[in-house]
Design a protein around this ligand. Sequence first.
Ligand SMILES: [Zn+2]
Length: 249
Amino acid sequence: MRLTSAARLPRSTSALADLVHHLKGRIVVFTGAGMSAPSGLPTFRGKGGLYEGTQVEELATPEGFNRDPDKVWRWYAERIDQVLKAKPNDGHHALAAWATFAEKLTLITSNVDDLHQRAGSDPVYRLHGDILSASCVSCGNRTRWSETPTDTPTCSCGALMRPDVVWFGEMPSAAAFEAVQENLPTAQLVVEVGVSGAVSYGFSEAALEAGLPLVRINKESSPIDEHCMPLHGSADEVLPMLVHAAASF
Ligand SMILES: [Zn+2]
């Protein structure tokens, strides 16, 4: 269904009234790459990225890892280095602050960095795992990076370690999906921040189908904008404004 521009205004006005009413209620927030981009972290699944002549998408697969674990680890070491050096931006801080006065704020992210956690959000449900963690492919022994790994890491049992991230062809976190299933039906407001369609899992569409007001914060527009409240801009600029407005009602 496409709404005409004439139909859009009354719909937006009523959505705005709902929004104001629910800013301190039960909120579900989905964040994606656009959340961490203002912190200097490039998008993970951008099309067309090359690393040592290989499509980045091919490195983030179990097959790619089995083929050339050293190359995969060189790529992840660069990513880990970027995450360790990055700092949470004003958007991360705004979301952590929002949780302190909302009735309940459930935060679900497809990002594998720890910037939400460092800003003070807790819990953070991570669909795609944690890039600062690695586990043994044989015994499951875990390690956590506080410094960038310089070599392909191996476990004390002798087997390879792999990054604790969800690769293409693997299942996203069940706990994160359960958090969505548990909290979306009772949510009063859903906010999507910097999420690209490819990794959205249809959460926002489900929210719209359930009749929930949806705020979509993104630098780029989307067909879904006609059915929600789009706020076009960078997460580190738009979120502080929204949360400031929420605090003042
Ligand atoms: Zn092991």
